[in-house]
Write a protein that binds this ligand. Sequence first.
Ligand SMILES: O=C(O)CCC(=O)C(=O)O
Length: 380
Amino acid sequence: MAGSGYARAPPPAEGGAAAPSTALYVANCGPAVGLAHDDIRVAFGAFGEVAGVHDADGSGARVIVRFREPSAAEAAMAALHGRPCASLEDRVLHIRYSVPAKPKAPVGGSLPVATSASELGVPGIYLVEDFVTAAEEHEFLAAVDSRPWKKLAKRRVQHYGYEFMYETRNVDSKQFLGELPPFVSKILQKIISFPGATKCTSKMVDQLTVNEYPCGVGLSPHIDTHSAFEEMIFSLSLAGPCIMEFRKYPEGNWRAPSMASGTDKDSLQEPQCIRKAVFLPPRSMLLMSGEGRYAWHHYIPHHKIDDVGGQVIKRNTRRVSFTFRKVRMGLCNCEYRQFCDSQRRWYFDGIFHFNWSALELCCTVLSLVSSSCKIEVGRQ
Ligand SMILES: O=C(O)CCC(=O)C(=O)O
């Protein structure tokens, strides 16, 4: 019934009859089998007032007949289903009750999708379109396609510089795999002059993750582990576009990322979080820094199509992203302590005014009291 605005009526409760509705889905009936809508209206009109007849789909051989009253639909069903209909050239009609389809959620959710970083308005997020040319894009894709991919649950990856460990969402900083490959040197040169990039040295990144997402596949919401990587994270989109959503959770409502084993599980919609989305076209470069990198989750929804400013964008090609990061060698001391694995213990200490020495003292006193109780009990 795709496209008719009607769907099959829910199945009847066990042992019960199908609940009548005012609309009937009638198969083997319509202009493609020589039956005009007007003739169908007249034939069904014998059972009660017909509110409308329209195509159920693009076949021309299935229609929706809408009555004013459920009793009329019930009578038509009883008289015509599975039988030749004399007033419709003796065609055998196949009829089901049908109900108005629930409206589908708008493509991409109700979230407006920005096409620039200024429109997005997440502090520390920068976007440059056409960061590389189409010829360079072709070159980069050929380079990664000639190298081995590692398969994750829903996508393929390659790692350079340092291996990324999905179980811990971290890298082993002692396991240096070698310099970044020569095919990215043009990108590294351009990164130096990226707006928003503060440290102007080509060594500002030393780890590359290449992600290949099949059509419509996305990525779970997450914040890159603070202790694993420095502040600036660059992501180059190649081959296909995507929407990237940013989510900020209110104070005290933060959840740890859930990407164990590279299995990207969509998190439940969090009603309290602030959500913003931006369109990443192929060949664009995104920089996540400051608050946008440290305190906002980023997320790629699993969508086959997206609505960008009223334009339908099909994600019918793979998307390949090159994510460049700098491995952190010490602890993170950012100002977003709530989201910082290097500082979280101290953050929660602060919130709860927790005093570890006081706790230790309490434990000692308790254990002394309990052992003296045991002595007392033993004496009785
Ligand atoms: O594909 C992207 O642009 C982002 C990749 C990413 O966030 C990641 O690998 O953690």
